[in-house]
Design a protein around this ligand. Structure first.
Ligand code: SAM
Length: 277
């Protein structure tokens, strides 16, 4: 009889260690010709969510930390206009290397982020040629690219970020890729909360009713299937107050593309001043 492998934390980690290739993930999921200039509206929606969140004026401070950055940069392109310091993090060294290659600007990145930078400049009311300034600003703001494991009570090595914590965390599609069940998801939210100042903001981008995503056309990686109520309840129990939640429902042409989710959510929450036990 075939042995059934239960999806646990180690299985989720192994899936990324063995089967996640940064270049394939970027080429398959972030080709700007398809994602920004094609007939898909999902990534423009994501970029506008981040843009609006940082333009509202209530999210500010010194340090922004991105949790589980993967090999991507779109999620910090608006935040670097507000925060002088941005720290990127990921579980995989290959992803951290990919990010370092972009920061070092040696022309060896697996994806040209120019169309994304131009798109965000446009949202900010600047001409597309302002993208070079934005790229320089983002490169200057990224002060570190750190290893992280959201499943640990102390997800980042002690002393790697200031003890006061970040003023804002962003995280996109990381927690559901790391957690095998809702209890662990809740724990991961509270683990990353230790990196955030009380009263600091969390911007979380995730998928609804997803069970896998394509890391490349050949690699389907498992993710935790979540609904809106589970995300909201987990945030509350992990010590955050929900401020807003936006839902994007994918059109039929987008559904078969990168995963089996029915919709995406963009959540803005605040870490409670005092966590109730
Ligand atoms: C679907 S990718 C998302 C990448 C990127 N944030 C994005 O928006 O495209 C999931 C990411 O979660 C990371 N990851 C998986 N398990 C993790 C863990 N235990 N702690 C931190 N990151 C983890 C993977 O290395 C991968 O980069």
């Amino acid at each position: 009889m075939e042995e059934k492998k239960t999806v646990n934390e180690e299985v989720m980690k192994e899936a990324h260690c063995q089967r996640f290739d940064p270049a394939s993930y970027l080429q398959y999921n972030f080709d700007p010709l398809v994602k920004l200039d094609g007939n898909q509206s999902y990534l423009p929606w994501v970029l506008s969510c981040y843009h609006r969140a940082f333009a509202q004026g209530d999210i500010n401070g010194e340090l922004l930390v991105d949790i589980g950055s993967g090999p991507t940069l779109y999620q910090v392109m608006s935040g670097c206009e507000v925060f002088n310091k941005v720290i990127l993090t990921d579980f995989l060294e290959a992803n951290r290397q990919e990010l370092r290659r972009w920061v070092q600007d040696e022309g060896s990145s697996s994806l040209d982020w120019t169309p994304y930078l131009q798109h965000v400049c446009k949202l900010e009311g600047r001409g597309p040629s302002a993208w070079t300034e934005k790229a320089a600003k983002l490169r200057k703001a990224i002060t570190d690219i750190l290893p992280i494991d959201v499943l640990l009570p102390q997800p980042i090595a002690p002393g790697a970020i200031p003890s006061a914590g970040a003023d804002c965390l962003v995280t996109s599609y990381c927690l559901e890729a790391a957690c095998p069940d809702v209890a662990t998801y809740k724990k991961a939210l509270s683990n990353i909360g230790t990196l955030l100042q009380p009263g600091g903001h969390l911007l979380l981008l995730g998928d609804l009713q997803e069970s896998f995503y394509y890391a490349s056309p050949e690699e389907k990686l498992p993710v935790l299937t979540l609904n809106e109520a589970q995300i909201c309840a987990s945030l509350k129990e992990a010590g955050y107050t929900l401020i807003s939640l936006e839902v994007y429902t994918a059109g039929p042409e987008e559904r078969t593309w990168s995963d089996d989710s029915t919709a995406s959510v963009f959540v803005k929450a605040k870490k409670n001043e005092r966590i109730k036990k």
